[in-house]
Design a protein around this ligand. Structure first.
Ligand code: PHE
Ligand code: ZN
Length: 849
């Protein structure tokens, strides 16, 4: 049942734990429905605590018995934990509890996935395994014994005794309970080895279900590359004899950094050329790196409390982005990240779910694993690095690892390291952690007597609970170009600290053309009155690849907005610029493919809303289609040439060069399909020997309305591969006409392969609908209704995934009164569902507020 009044937890109320844990011994007697967990935990009073009251967290379990120092006790047990009278000094707590992994559809705690046992403890899942002080500032050494005769039985740390029907594990590194993991079942491993910088041999394994062995090689190489990179760039060495990764089919998130035993959503680790796209490969490489990098940023140094989540996540996302930039193309990675930031974080930051990178309160912490904490958290780290410079950054990181190893830390600890290294006061910088909302940065300019002045004004709109926004420090990278395209002032860092501020460049012969916010040096919305001619100039001449791309994107966006708002025809200047850029062989094909991308429907809706126009999702869709048609017509010859020139003939490799070529060829194919009715796409589909080309061709055929045959063949070919079937589900929804998308999704929920118990499949179907704005926002309201129906059904089984998907509705106040009324009715219907989870209740409440 719903909690009578879900409690709000505040950062300001933090107090240290009353009791510290001196050691943990766990014995698991595995059984699908009646697993017994025996715990023996050493407790000692915390000298920093004001009280010795003893409370352990615990949910969804039956207490069989409890002892203190060997004597049976009778604790007071509630729905959320227990309290007990305890001695004044150190004591040993023992408990035996029973839990039911088979009944655990929330996928938090110990659960079953495809017949195997696995765990997910972050953030507060360990309390579903046994009674414990389940908070990250309680760190302890864990010993684990698993009994149950499963062929493979894994836990954190290094292996101990392994015998008939049992396995023992010892993790020498003190850790919070959220990093605990256990996996047991019929698994096979793909082995590897890594020799660390100090010469220690580490055994590596990727554990998968039998049949998936062939999809591990890429992940293994990515793991080794990550281990090497963290040594070379940050001097961080791995610290156990063994590193295990396990692939699990049913998982709420992408992956989890449990100490020495990372658990992955199988979609985020399994890869093969036949079943994974180039984008999948790049993402898998990044996630493996991300989880591995957590070993130092997250595990060795962890968070004091969950408000500090960005301490580990922002930094680790920043580190994985550096890794991808080093291994692949830095400009391409930056552009991809900004596209994703604008799509997910700006959307969040400019709506009812906006919250600071370090939130000040929450009801359910699972609702704060957000684009703001992760992606904006990483942007904040990037700005800090820009402001202090590379040398100070390296010194500060070395000091951070040295000073805080083994500790549970705060953002204050993190910033103090930088203050100590640089002597700088970071009080104003800290506002990036404390204030929600995307700053608007308005630029005006002036040129007089050889002096060029840039005047900036920053304003951040109010966000929930934060009406007033003080000015932040904003690092603005600027370069200046001459009219002939030469760069007269190379990239310079302007440090804006005031609400309004001017910067001067003197000694210039003529008015320059500015390239502002190079590399997207701050997560802000830049506003500048400028001409399309100047945008086209920057697209042609800017030496900063990000701003070059940005100029093209702005040109496309302005043209689209004119089409949507004023019924203007497609802008020939944009098409000409796009064509010139697409043919420019001095540019990386991956960059050209990105530059041929168009603003998303959601980008355009937000831009229209910002400009005071109520967005019409169908009109946005129509404008995008019209522009794509006009561009395909104008660029037909170029598209044909690009398609021919960028065919990869070498054996498939998922590297940056080959995937860039395929991306450009597929962008050309999409244009060609608008001209040839799908002939080239059908040929590519028939000849494809890799998923990148097969799926791109299928998408083209579906969009051309010629996909039925290929769709059937695709299913017949891949019906045994869950991850490919997910693609089959989502593509049909994503490629549907707006009027059909909800019906297609609804039909797919009746397909025998649909199950709401698997989060990947649920997202592939209903998430794909939420991600197709024109279809989701169809004026009939059928998209809203279908999603709400399924969220109501899923909530009792899996509150976490339900709550996350409620964000589909977060933009509702942008739309017209009719749509707002339809959405509000669906949100109220969800809110009124009997027994609604705390997770979903919090999300719906915040969206409606
Ligand atoms: N900590 C995980 C990661 O970033 C994400 C995660 C959170 C996974 C909560 C599961 C549950 O890398
Ligand atoms: Zn992470």
């Amino acid at each position: 049942m719903r909690d009578a009044a879900p409690q709000t937890i505040h950062l300001a109320d933090y107090t240290p734990p009353n009791w510290l844990v001196t050691g943990v011994h766990l014995t698991f007697r595995l059984d699908p429905t009646r697993t017994r967990v025996l715990s023996r935990i050493g407790f000692a009073p915390n000298p920093d605590a004001a009280s010795r009251a003893f409370k352990l967290d615990g949910e969804n379990m039956t207490l069989i018995r409890a002892k203190i120092d060997g004597v049976e006790v009778a604790p007071t047990v509630t729905e959320t934990g227990l309290t007990c009278d305890v001695p004044d000094g150190p004591f040993t707590w023992e408990a035996e509890v029973e839990i039911n992994p088979s009944a655990n559809t929330a996928l938090e705690g110990l659960y079953m996935s495809s017949g195997m046992y696995c765990t997910q403890c972050e953030a507060e899942g360990f309390r579903k395994i046994t009674y414990y002080p389940d908070r990250p500032d309680v760190m302890a050494v864990f010993d684990v014994r698993i009994e149950g005769g499963e062929p493979v039985m894994l836990s954190n740390g290094n292996p101990g005794k392994i015998g008939d029907g049992f396995a023992e594990w010892h993790d020498p590194w003190p850790k919070p309970a959220y990093l605990f993991a256990l996996v047991a079942g019929r698994l096979v491993n793909h082995p590897g080895k890594f020799t660390t910088m100090s010469g220690r041999e580490v055994d590596l394994n990727i554990w998968v279900r039998p049949g998936d062995e062939g999809k591990c090689a890429f992940g293994m190489e990515a793991l080794k590359a990550s281990m090497r990179w963290d040594e070379e760039v940050y001097g961080r060495e791995y610290d156990l004899d063994l590193f295990n990764i396990v692939a699990v089919d049913d998982f709420n998130m992408g992956a989890m950094e449990n100490k020495g035993l990372n658990i992955f959503n199988s979609s985020c680790v399994l890869a093969s050329p036949e079943t994974s796209t180039d984008a999948n490969f790049e993402q898998i490489e990044a996630i493996i790196a991300h989880e591995y990098f957590h070993n130092w940023t997250g595990n060795r140094i962890t968070c004091r409390d969950w408000f500090q989540l960005c301490l580990k996540e922002g930094l680790t996302v920043f580190r994985d982005a550096q890794f991808t930039s080093d291994l692949r193309s830095a400009p391409v990675k930056r552009i991809e990240d900004v596209i994703a930031l604008r799509a997910r974080q700006f959307r969040e930051d400019n709506g009812p779910l906006a919250h600071p990178v370090r939130p000040q309160s929450f009801v359910e912490i699972n609702n704060f694993y957000t684009a703001t904490v992760y992606e904006k958290g990483a942007e904040v780290i990037g700005m800090l690095k820009t402001l202090v410079g590379d040398a100070a950054w390296s010194k500060a990181l070395a000091l951070y690892f040295d000073r805080h190893d083994g500790q549970a830390c705060t953002i204050e600890d993190w910033l103090r390291v930088f203050e100590d290294v640089t002597g700088r006061d970071l009080a104003q910088f800290k506002r990036w952690y404390e204030h929600a909302g995307t700053p608007r940065l308005t630029v005006t300019e002036n040129f007089k007597d050889g002096t060029y002045t840039l005047h900036f004004k920053q304003e951040t709109p109010p966000t929930p609970g934060q009406p007033d926004k003080p000015p932040r420090v904003i690092p603005i990278q600027v370069g200046l170009l001459a009219e002939d395209g030469t760069e007269i002032v190379p990239t310079r860092l302007l440090e804006m600290t005031e609400a309004e501020q001017s910067f001067e460049f003197s000694g210039l012969d003529a008015r320059p053309i500015p390239s502002i916010l190079r590399g997207f040096s701050a997560p802000v919305i830049l506003r500048r009155e400028t001409s399309n001619a100047e945008r086209a100039f920057l697209l042609a001449h800017d030496t900063d690849p990000f701003n070059k791309w940005e100029a093209g994107r702005a040109l496309a966006r302005e043209g689209l907005i004119a089409m949507i708002r004023d019924g203007a025809p497609a802008d020939p200047a944009y098409i000409a610029a796009a064509e010139t850029m697409a043919r420019d062989e001095s540019l990386d094909p991956a960059f050209r493919a990105l530059a041929l991308g168009l603003p998303t429907q959601d980008d355009l809706a937000q831009a229209l809303h910002d400009a005071g126009t109520v967005p019409d999702p169908q009109a946005i869709w129509d404008a995008l289609e019209a522009l794509k048609d006009a561009r395909a017509e104008a660029m037909e010859g170029t598209a044909r040439a690009l398609y021919a020139q960028h065919q990869v003939t070498a054996p498939y490799r998922p590297d940056a060069a080959q995937s860039g070529a395929r991306a450009l060829a597929n962008a050309a194919l999409a244009m060609l399909t608008r001209r040839d009715g799908g002939a080239a796409a059908q040929a590519q589909y028939d000849a494809a020997d890799n998923m990148t080309q097969q799926l791109a061709a299928l998408a083209c055929l579906l969009q051309a309305g010629k996909g039925d045959l290929a769709l059937g063949r695709f299913y017949d070919q891949w019906q045994k591969d869950r991850l490919v079937v997910d693609k089959w589900f989502s593509l049909q929804v994503a490629c549907a006409e707006p009027a059909d998308a909800a019906d297609v999704a609804e039909r797919l929920t009746r397909h025998p392969d649909f199950t709401m118990k698997n989060p990947n499949r649920f997202r592939a179907t209903l998430g794909a609908l939420a991600g197709s704005p024109a279809g989701f926002h169809h004026a009939s309201g059928k998209g809203y209704r279908l999603l709400a129906d399924w969220l109501i059904r899923l909530d009792p089984l899996n509150p976490q995934t339900t709550a996350r998907m409620c964000s589909a509705f977060e933009t509702w106040r942008r739309y017209d009164a009719d749509r707002q009324a339809l959405i509000e009715a669906e949100l109220r219907r969800i809110e009124a569902s009997p027994g609604l989870s705390r997770d979903t209740g919090e999300m719906v409440g915040r969206i409606l507020a």
